[in-house]
Design a binder for this molecule. Structure first.
Ligand SMILES: Cc1cc2nc3c(=O)[nH]c(=O)nc-3n(C[C@H](O)[C@H](O)[C@H](O)COP(=O)(O)OP(=O)(O)OC[C@H]3O[C@@H](n4cnc5c(N)ncnc54)[C@H](O)[C@@H]3O)c2cc1C
Length: 393
């Protein structure tokens, strides 16, 4: 076992932390121009292409390094919504293209997605199909050399600014986990429309909206992976997302812990710093304990991904631990600051930004269902991988 990053990852962590601090500060609410400007900076810095092979414009690194980069972004950049958008782009969109794309698709999409020229969005959730994603209604029907997509998606991160969409649609309605297929769809394709971006409680710098497909004709050459293997594509991107994207919250928690320690050391009540009161200092210790425990789980899951592990339990445990620790860290930070914690600022923002983490990438209840099933408990058997990918996912 080795608990240290290699020299290259350590250097990237430091560089990205400084870069995020100095160049990624921005408004908390989504602003399209500002979003694009910073997105290009991140692309130039190389942080969008961490897991993309060098021949397609990336850095060719693995999950541990990608998680370290996300942690550094979350630590250095106080606009957690913007960092979340970066993570959704990399782990739900670029990673599936790297893993499942044809050479032609990789040549077409990966360079502009790494450089910061393009923004990508991943669309699976629908108004009637959230946790029960397999019951989606969006259909993709083959007509000659195109697939015609019809249906509506909701909660699609980055969709208001996206140049490219990774979309899941049913090619065999009622076919369960073999009934879905993934497509790469270019923005501007006739029939694809994006709604107004939502007003969210947290992650406000990340634009989210509904997406509609009405007789949207997508070339069959833009199918991602084999027909019927959309669930395999989805599972792969979720394993990366539940591991590496959530690393951004490790950075946020570290920042919140540091400000909480500083505040507890400075704020005087009853003639001494409040950090001297055990109720306050123990709260800070619990924040540190949850952060370090979640951090170990997350890097353990990333280590597994780098070794080709197809285990879904470690990423689910990492997602659970990090998101619950992040929500509790936000609550603790607010409590430590007393009345000031309720005013607009870093503590309450950390809480608001953490709340969605219990929901996206599969809710924490669904993670627990999946872990219970892996332990031999729960209601239904886990769906099998598509025959073409058995042994890979
Ligand atoms: C900020 C944010 C960004 C998102 N980005 C994207 C994106 O880019 N692309 C995308 O496709 N989706 C995205 N989503 C959607 C997200 O994946 C869904 O919200 C999530 O899967 C839950 O679906 P739902 O909201 O329909 O909740 P529901 O499925 O309706 O669940 C409601 C509640 O019931 C519980 N529940 C449901 N079924 C069970 C069960 N079997 N056992 C126990 N409890 C259960 C859930 O845990 C939850 O507490 C995003 C969501 C958020 C909040």
């Amino acid at each position: 076992m080795n608990f240290e990053f290699d020299a290259q990852t350590e250097e990237m962590r430091e560089t990205i932390t400084d870069f995020a601090r100095e160049r990624l500060a921005g408004p908390e609410d989504f602003d399209p121009g500002e979003f694009r400007r910073r997105w290009r900076l991140v692309g130039e810095q190389g942080a969008l292409g961490t897991v993309v092979p060098g021949e397609y414009g990336g850095l060719g690194q693995g999950a541990v390094t990608a998680a370290a980069v996300m942690e550094a972004l979350g630590y250095g950049c106080t606009d957690t919504g913007f960092v979340f958008s970066l993570g959704a782009h990399v782990f739900a969109c670029l990673t599936p293209i790297v893993e499942f794309g044809t050479a032609e698709q990789k040549r077409q999409w990966l360079p502009p997605l790494c450089s910061g020229e393009y923004v990508a969005a991943h669309a699976i959730t629908e108004p009637e199909a959230g946790s029960d994603a397999l019951s989606m209604r969006t259909r993709a029907e083959r007509r000659g050399d195109v697939y015609v997509l019809n249906g509506g998606k909701s909660f699609t991160t980055n969709s208001p600014v996206a140049d490219v969409f990774v979309v899941q649609a049913a090619t065999r309605p009622g076919g369960g986990c073999f009934g879905l297929t993934s497509f790469v769809v270019e923005a501007g394709t006739p029939g694809l429309t994006v709604g107004r971006h939502y007003q969210k409680v947290g992650l406000r710098g990340s634009p989210t909206a509904d997406v509609r497909f009405d007789e949207c004709r997508v070339p069959a050459s833009q199918m991602l992976g084999p027909e019927g293997d959309g669930f395999g594509v989805f599972r792969t991107s979720m394993a990366w997302e539940r591991t590496c994207l959530f690393a951004l919250y490790l950075g946020v928690m570290r920042r919140v812990l540091e400000t909480s320690v500083a505040y507890a050391g400075e704020r005087q009540q009853f003639g001494s710093a409040i950090g001297g009161f055990q109720a306050v200092s123990h709260r800070v210790v619990d924040m540190a304990l949850r952060l370090e425990a979640a951090r170990l789980l997350l890097y353990r899951a990333a280590w597994g991904l780098d070794r080709g592990s197809t285990d879904e339990v470690m990423p689910a445990l990492a997602k659970l631990a990090v998101s619950e620790a992040a929500v509790q860290a936000g609550l603790d930070a607010v409590q430590i600051q007393g009345g000031l914690g309720i005013l607009h600022g870093q503590a309450e923002a950390a809480l608001r930004d953490a709340l969605p983490a219990r929901i996206f990438s599969g809710t924490n209840e669904i993670q627990k269902n999946n872990i219970a099933r892996a332990l031999g408990l729960g209601e239904k058997a886990r769906p099998q991988a598509h025959p073409s990918r058995r042994g890979k996912n």
